[in-house]
Design a protein around this ligand. Structure first.
Ligand SMILES: [Zn+2]
Length: 115
């Protein structure tokens, strides 16, 4: 692990729970935390299946209700292998989901928005 990674690990951004979802507008991407709701800040780790740690960290904010990467930290060059992503809520620090959960989280967001 690099020093950057150790630092980030103790950052308040880290260990957050997020779910990734698309809204009705397919161009917009929304992260949703079951505890904190949609449109929270996100920290995303990018791994590959063969890497022993993330090769990149992305910081995501919602701008006009669309998730956008506002900053990124490259830890090392991308290793071989299929990309794996872990997203964390910037508020409560739990890992709550990744892209595969897109369909059911979309339903949850709709419920949330209709309340
Ligand atoms: Zn949260």
């Amino acid at each position: 692990m690099t020093n950057i990674y150790s630092t980030l690990k103790h950052n308040h951004w880290y260990r957050n729970c997020i779910i990734n979802s698309t809204m009705a507008d397919k161009n917009k991407k929304v992260y949703f935390c079951p505890k904190c709701g949609p449109f929270i800040k996100v920290l995303k780790e990018l791994w590959t299946c063969s890497s022993e740690g993330p090769y990149k960290i992305e910081f995501i904010h919602h701008i006009n209700k669309n998730a956008e990467v506002v900053d990124e930290v490259e830890i090392k060059s991308r290793p071989e292998g299929e990309k794996v992503e872990y997203s964390y809520c910037g508020k409560c620090n739990q890992l709550i989901g990744k892209e595969e959960n897109m369909k059911w989280t979309n339903d949850i967001i709709q419920m949330e928005l209709n309340q």
